[in-house]
Ligand binder design. Structure first.
Ligand code: FES
Length: 158
């Protein structure tokens, strides 16, 4: 369990990060994401530096600081995927979708995010499109497999 440093009248005090994490999860459940305003209010309420609140919210890949799109594409950037081109894949996806990682495309169609290992290391690079695992991804032409994956999702949504 990690510790946070809380600014009290009597000086800095160590405090568990569990409370902060549970509050962040609560905010995301209520609002769908953790907005800057909510993070500032939470930091003030818990008497924590805003940087510590941001450290926690950006550390956990399931927490969002922006609204999610209809679909979420999470690219694994853990070691096996990294050495198999996940960084190049992310760059090509950013160019194709015209967004940066952590952002949502216009029309709120898709959110692009990074994640740690999703358990498909032997078929790297891998990703999750919503709950659908995608493996052995073509890092140079992500538009092709992304279109096919969308089609698969739509089929299963019916
Ligand atoms: S390192 Fe990417 S799936 Fe395990």
């Amino acid at each position: 369990m990690s510790l946070l440093f809380k600014n009290t009248k009597s000086g800095w005090k160590k405090e568990s990060s569990e409370l902060l994490l549970s509050r962040l999860v609560e905010i995301q459940a209520q609002d769908g994401f953790c907005s800057e305003v909510r993070l500032r209010n939470l930091a003030e309420e818990m008497q924590l530096p805003l940087t510590q609140v941001y450290e926690v919210v950006t550390f956990y890949s399931f927490l969002r600081t922006h609204p999610a799109g209809h679909h979420t594409l999470m690219i694994c950037n853990s070691p096996s995927c990294f050495v198999n081109g996940s960084e190049k894949l992310l760059q090509n996806l950013e160019n194709y979708l015209h967004i940066k990682r952590g952002e949502t495309s216009s029309g709120e169609t898709i959110s692009l995010r990074c994640t740690s290992c999703i358990g498909c290391c032997n078929e790297a690079p891998a990703a999750l499109l919503d709950d659908l695992p995608l493996t052995k991804l073509d890092t140079q032409h992500p538009d092709q497999w992304l279109k096919e994956s969308y089609a698969n999702i739509k089929e299963h949504e019916i």
